[in-house]
Design a protein around this ligand. Structure first.
Ligand code: IPE
Ligand code: IPE
Ligand code: MG
Length: 251
């Protein structure tokens, strides 16, 4: 099933361009429930979810969002039934193969963050191909968190820095936030300003733990396969109404 193109191609008039989040992160949740509500197997929700992701990426491009990061597979998702995990891995591979030409043409810079070495080899090859083919692109920075865990991200950064200390390349007192961030998987992209979670769950589920320190959190009851442009519009409207204080006092 393909998602119908919607009419909101231009930035909706009630959104202020200068107050858009630079970086949007999304926990795409609720695929299984969506499918089950239609009496279909869970995997049908994942299939539809991939179409919705394409549409959101396009919407971010149309509306001038600079970076989009999505949680597509967590380090904990291996605990699911093997058939579902296998289906997801194949879906990611197919998604990339089918989308790559368009991603290149649309100037998207794609990147994958997470423990990629643990993924099936054929998928790893596809991820490499996609990153390589879009490396020079200058458009939206699109990151997929694939076999990603926030704790694991922090630990791998700690290990790298500890090794550098051991070799005398850096002194412990020189480790500050900027140094630390350079070793996270997400290095080079600003922290998310807005974190969206679909399907109503009020938790982070080990997503970008360090990076969401000051993200505005928006949770919608809408299940991921139903998250369309008008839902994204609502999330952006809510974001623009927030008072981001960063610990300061504002009147
Ligand atoms: C999110 O949807 C997709 C992944 C975690 C890969 P779920 O599969 O978690 O759907 P629900 O939460 O069970 O409905
Ligand atoms: C979070 O969703 C992971 C992804 C969306 C990839 P889950 O469905 O795995 O999270 P929990 O289990 O409800 O916390
Ligand atoms: Mg879920």
């Amino acid at each position: 099933m393909t998602v119908k193109p919607t009419i909101l191609q231009e930035l909706p008039a009630d959104l202020e361009r200068e107050k858009l989040p630079r970086h949007v992160a999304v926990i795409m949740d609720g695929n299984g429930r969506w499918a089950q509500r239609q009496g279909q197997p869970r995997i049908m929700g994942h299939r539809r979810g991939a179409d919705v992701l394409k549409e959101l990426l396009r919407c971010c491009q149309d509306w001038g969002i600079q970076a989009l990061t999505v949680y597509s597979f967590s380090t904990e998702n291996w605990r699911r039934p093997m058939e579902e995990v296998n289906f997801l891995m194949t879906l990611f591979e197919r998604f990339l193969r089918q989308q790559l030409r368009e991603l290149v043409a649309e100037d998207v810079r794609i990147r994958f963050v997470g423990d990629l070495a643990a993924l099936p080899l054929s998928l790893q090859a596809e991820l490499e191909r996609a990153m390589e083919a879009t490396r020079q692109n200058k458009g939206i920075r699109f990151t997929m968190a694939q076999n990603y865990g926030g704790r694991q991200d922090i630990l791998q950064a700690v290990r790298t820095i500890a090794t550098q200390v051991q070799h005398g390349q850096i002194q412990p007192e020189d480790i500050d936030e900027a140094v630390f961030e350079r070793h996270l998987y997400t290095a080079g992209v600003c922290d998310p300003d807005l974190l969206i979670r679909t399907s109503g769950e009020m938790r982070i589920s080990n997503f970008l733990l360090w990076q969401v320190a000051y993200a505005e959190i928006y949770v919608t009851e809408t299940l991921w396969p139903d998250f369309d442009r008008s839902e994204f519009h609502q999330a952006l409207r809510a974001f623009q109404q927030r008072d981001r204080r960063f610990g300061m006092v504002k009147n």
